[in-house]
Ligand binder design. Structure first.
Ligand code: RIB
Length: 307
């Protein structure tokens, strides 16, 4: 049986305004288009892992409203197991997103039902070889419960520390693979070591984030690619130069593909290479959840760039 990716995390409805440029504080800009699209870091990562070909179970909490129904239907349409999905008597999480002409975004999130996520006994089915993927958009004590159960069950824990918050040491020390972007790395370090300046060099940043010698720390750098620290090895993978339409969810695509590859038994080098290629395809498409590429698209892209 193929190893399963378990995602414990957020699901949001994204209200996306296309703007010529991101507004400055206090400024109003006119949008040329408005779309309502499935999102949320947890749900996006679950979709990416499913498109990558893994069996995926999603532990999340939606509101008892129409937005929740739409999100559940979308997740079901990509064959994600929703047997343990919760619904709370409040609004579904919602993200207000502005995307500019260069694909850059600004996001404000109202967590809504994501704040009601609880640990599910359904996670007991996860076993050695499976992967747990979490983020920072749900209550961190619940995320820690999933991570602790994963460690007891010999399940690999991947934590995407986004958005940046003060990660409790008790969570950080049970993470096997930590994924952050460069801004989040700086913010995490500032929160972990208040009053000390974060190292400027990425490899040094990764070393400062590592709290266990066998942890893998991955720092995504946008246009500068990806740097990972694995043991004493530094892995650097360059970005693929593509036309950027919308960067929303690109990090989620990377995490979902990474989880899927590690669940399939790939080396960390191969997993990062595939995830980096998947993210390059994701930035070329609008929307987070709907912009995730399929595994065959990623394989074809990788074949074309290595030919
Ligand atoms: O990472 C992108 C996601 O962040 C969006 O889909 C939005 O919902 C927020 O969670």
């Amino acid at each position: 049986m193929a190893a399963r990716v378990f995602v414990a995390g957020s699901a949001n409805m994204d209200i996306v305004a296309s703007v010529p440029r991101l507004p400055k504080p206090g400024e109003t800009v006119l949008a040329s288009a408005l779309a309502t699209l499935p999102g949320g870091k947890g749900a996006n990562q679950a979709v990416a892992a499913a498109k990558a070909g893994s069996p995926v179970t999603f532990f999340g909490c939606l509101g008892l409203d129409a937005l929740g129904d739409v999100l559940a239907a979308f997740l079901q349409s990509v064959e994600i197991d929703l047997a343990h999905l919760e619904r709370a008597a409040c609004g579904t999480g919602t993200a207000l997103i502005a995307v500019d002409d260069y694909g850059q975004n600004q996001i404000a999130i109202f967590p809504g039902a994501n704040s009601s996520l609880r640990f599910s006994e359904g996670f007991r089915q996860a076993a050695r070889g499976d992967v747990l993927l979490c983020q920072n958009e749900c209550p961190l004590d619940v995320v820690r419960e999933y991570a602790q159960a994963a460690r007891r069950q010999q399940v690999t824990v991947i934590h995407n520390a986004a958005p940046a918050v003060a990660l409790p040491q008790s969570l950080l020390e049970i993470v096997d693979v930590l994924v952050v972007n460069d801004d989040e790395a700086v913010q995490c370090l500032a929160l972990m070591h208040p009053g000390t300046e974060a190292p400027r060099e990425v490899a040094a940043m990764a070393r400062a984030l590592r709290v266990r010698a066998d942890q893998i720390i991955i720092v995504t750098l946008g246009a500068d690619g990806v740097v990972a620290l694995a043991g004493e090895r530094i892995i650097h993978i360059a970005v693929h130069r593509v036309q950027v339409v919308d960067t929303t969810g690109a990090g989620d695509c990377f995490c979902g593909y990474l989880a899927s590859c590690l669940a399939a038994g790939d080396s960390i080098d191969r997993a990062i290479t595939v995830a980096n290629a998947a993210a390059a395809l994701a930035v070329g498409r609008p929307g987070a959840g709907v912009g995730m590429p399929t595994r065959s698209e990623v394989d074809a892209f990788l074949a074309s760039v290595t030919a």
